[in-house]
Design a protein around this ligand. Structure first.
Ligand code: ATP
Ligand code: MG
Ligand code: MG
Length: 581
């Protein structure tokens, strides 16, 4: 289960009148793009809070109030990502699944409209026919107060109320074209907080909605629909990121006016609780971008292959890259929750992945840039057993077939002698006069080398000593030529060269790292390849559910592009932190 250190929000909960009363939170993404790592911070924290007090839960709500920017496809991808991250359908890592069913802000359009009527009837909202430019001007600037439009002055009079109710009804009936008028709250045009200068509550958009169709030609603004939806869902604590701090007075204004003693008995929030908004800092990750807008730009301009490109910090990208829900959870717990903005290092994300994968990834031999090795003088047949995991016997063992033809990585052989000083300092692997241990198999000593016309080694003949007391300075991995399977491996680097893309250049796209992916070919041991093929043939949801440690190299995951005929892997992370080295 999740665990966070105490923080300003848990302190607030402990300080309640009844500190044991249930806490109801919600996670309310807008279906206008894919979820990213930042969202996992909000999701994990909201779901964790709902585990602390008996009777608590968290709700999954799609905030679908702008059909022009939103799509059912994004909604579906969000729900898929949430399911993956929380294991809601598979008993995954949060230990806290949301209270089904999923809700939509559009479920409450009728109540939200009734709230608009309620405020209008009390002179607290009015329909303004000013042009968008006039509207903007009427709200003033940081240094000058707003100027009331002629529509404001009559809002509080009985005739004004009747007029405004009539206009509101016409807005809803579709009488007016897009942008013809808006419904504004009547608050305070001189407020130092610009959000309180008669903000727009409803605007006209003759646009079909995926769930409500053409029923409503008007759509509520976030600041209006959000407090209403929270209250209707009996949310106690509405958590959001710091940029909404300035919006809190408006959140409270809406609730207060819909729940005050003056509110009519038919106020949609009569009898509902008053949620409290609290803001915490966003999660930012170095060397990448996290806003949906910038992510969309990368996808639309073809800089990356799609929303699930393994280099992106989208949840689908992270999943495809091989990050586990558990590793993202670990990262979010370690980042904690506070009021101060910070940037998380990629190293922290990678360390969380290493920690999780060290326990959960089975071991395998993958030979990169294979160099042929011929075993001469006998000892090359049969098979050896190797553990599936060095520390966890539950992984069982794997069989490594052995023939006279093997492969080792080209990088594990130096075509020179120690004697002549040709070996790099501290080099412990195979050389002409230096034996090496082929892990689980025996000690290989070079007998001869075959070279091509350019003098490049094409194959090395070795003798194999399997005796207990045979020794060599180092050990390497290898695979059998006859049974190993050729496959592709994609090694990723950060997507941007700059820690904060665009900070210096003004354009984040100028900071792209041109070498963010390198493809290599190699050979994978038979038992791992077999596991991959059977995973592909199973009803497992994602190829990326199958992760390995390719020994001495790093953690790898099967990519979505893999087929039984051609296996493809992504490198999740190297074995050690290599940042800055
Ligand atoms: P973006 O700016 O990337 O589009 P958003 O804030 O508009 O993100 P929503 O879909 O409205 O995204 O967010 C759903 C929830 O996730 C909100 O409560 C929001 O505060 C939270 N959230 C979004 N981004 C982050 C982040 N980087 N760190 C923490 N929480 C986040
Ligand atoms: Mg948003
Ligand atoms: Mg947004």
């Amino acid at each position: 289960p999740l665990s966070y250190p105490a923080n300003f929000i848990t302190q607030k909960l402990d300080g309640r009148l009844d500190p044991a009363s249930p806490v109801i939170t919600r996670f309310p993404p807008e279906p206008n793009g894919c979820l990213h790592l930042g969202h996992s911070k909000a999701l994990f924290f909201n779901s964790w809070l709902a585990t602390l007090h008996p009777g608590s839960h968290w709700r999954m709500r799609l905030d679908d109030t702008n059909p022009l920017k939103e799509s059912p496809a994004h909604a579906a991808s969000i729900l898929e990502d949430v399911d993956w991250l929380t294991g809601s359908s598979t008993g995954g890592p949060t230990g806290s699944s949301f209270l089904s069913p999923v809700t939509y802000t559009s479920d409450y359009f009728e109540e939200i409209y009734a709230a608009a009527e309620e405020l209008t009837a009390r002179g607290l909202a009015y329909v303004d026919f000013s042009s968008p430019e006039e509207l903007k001007k009427s709200r003033g600037t940081l240094t000058s107060p707003g100027v009331p439009s002629s529509y404001r002055s009559t809002a509080g009079t009985p005739e004004g109320v009747a007029d405004n109710l009539g206009h509101l009804a016409k807005m809803r009936a579709g009488t007016y074209p897009d942008g013809h008028c808006v419904l504004r709250a009547r608050i305070n045009l001189a407020s130092p907080n610009l959000n309180l200068r008669d903000p727009v509550l409803y605007r006209i958009r003759h646009s079909s909605h995926p769930r409500t169709g053409d029923k409503y030609p008007i759509y509520p603004m976030y600041d209006f629909s959000h407090p209403i939806s929270d209250s209707l869902e009996r949310v106690t604590n509405s958590l959001c990121t710091l940029e909404f701090e300035d919006h809190r007075p408006l959140y409270d204004w809406v609730l207060q006016n819909l729940q005050s003693p003056e509110a009519s008995a038919s106020s949609p929030l009569a009898g509902y609780p008053t949620p409290e908004q609290t803001e915490f800092s966003r999660l930012n990750l170095a060397y990448t971008v996290m806003s949906k807008r910038k992510l969309a730009q990368l996808v639309e301009q073809g800089v990356v292959a799609g929303w699930d490109d393994p280099r992106l910090p989208t949840l689908s990208g992270l999943r495809r890259r091989g990050y586990t829900p558990g590793s993202l959870r670990l990262l979010c717990e370690r980042c904690g929750v506070s009021k101060s903005d910070s940037v998380t290092d990629i190293a922290d994300l990678e360390n969380a992945a290493r920690e999780d994968l060290d326990k959960s990834a089975r071991r395998a031999f993958f030979v990169e840039e294979p160099l042929a090795v011929k075993v001469v003088g006998g000892g090359g047949g049969g098979a050896v057993e190797a553990p599936g995991h060095p520390k966890d016997p539950s992984f069982g063992s794997r069989t490594l077939p052995v023939s006279d033809s093997l492969f080792i990585a080209r990088g594990d052989f130096v075509d020179g002698t120690k004697e002549s000083g040709a070996l790099p300092k501290g080099y412990k692997r195979l050389a002409l006069d230096q034996p090496v241990r082929l892990r689980h198999l025996g000690i290989a000593t070079v007998a001869s080398v075959e070279r091509d016309g350019g003098g490049e080694p094409v194959s090395v003949s070795v003798t194999l000593d399997k005796s207990e007391d045979a020794k060599a300075p180092g050990a390497i991995h290898w695979c059998d030529a006859a049974t190993s399977v050729p496959c592709e491996v994609r090694q990723y680097d950060r997507l941007f060269k700059a820690e904060s893309p665009g900070k210096e250049t003004g354009e984040f796209l100028d900071d792209l790292n041109p070498d963010s992916v390198v493809l290599t070919a190699g050979r994978l041991e038979a038992s791992a390849a077999l596991a991959c093929v059977s995973h592909l043939g199973s009803d497992a949801k994602y190829p990326s559910d199958l992760r390995f440690q390719f020994e001495r190299m790093g953690y790898y995951v099967m990519d979505d592009d893999a087929t039984p005929e051609k296996l493809v892997f992504n490198r999740v992370v190297t074995l050690r932190d290599t940042w800055g080295k």
